[in-house]
Design a protein around this ligand. Structure first.
Ligand code: ATP
Ligand code: MG
Length: 86
């Protein structure tokens, strides 16, 4: 897993988190941020991890959360958060 951070012209910070895991097919990527969506077995995942992350980043921080994923290769999440809110 790789974590990369960068400051964008004193306005925002960018954090990229990449893994070399199984990646996600299109159908999973579409529902990734839906509350209670999980591909884990019954009783394992709550399906809340990514929806809460999305909510905190977009609503609380007014930022952006994007996902790039290739099945069989891995996944990269890109988080952009403003340093100051107007
Ligand atoms: N880095 C990743 N690589 C591959 N699939 C992922 C990744 N992150 C999330 N997913 C997919 O998105 C689904 C939803 O993720 P989310 O974190 O919301 O819930 P979860 O991981 O299933 O449950 P919990 O976070 O409660 O353990 C996962 O079940 C999985 O299918
Ligand atoms: Mg999770």
């Amino acid at each position: 897993m790789t974590i990369y951070t960068k400051t964008l012209s004193d306005r925002a910070v960018v954090i990229r988190i990449a893994d070399n895991g199984p990646g996600m097919p299109e159908a999973v990527q579409k529902r990734l941020f839906d509350p209670f969506f999980t591909t884990k077995p019954v009783g394992k995942g709550t399906g809340m991890g990514m929806s809460i992350s999305h909510q905190v980043i977009t609503e609380k921080h007014k930022g952006i959360l994007k996902c790039n994923s290739t099945p069989g290769k891995g996944t990269e999440f890109v988080i952009e958060i403003p340093i100051q809110q107007s």
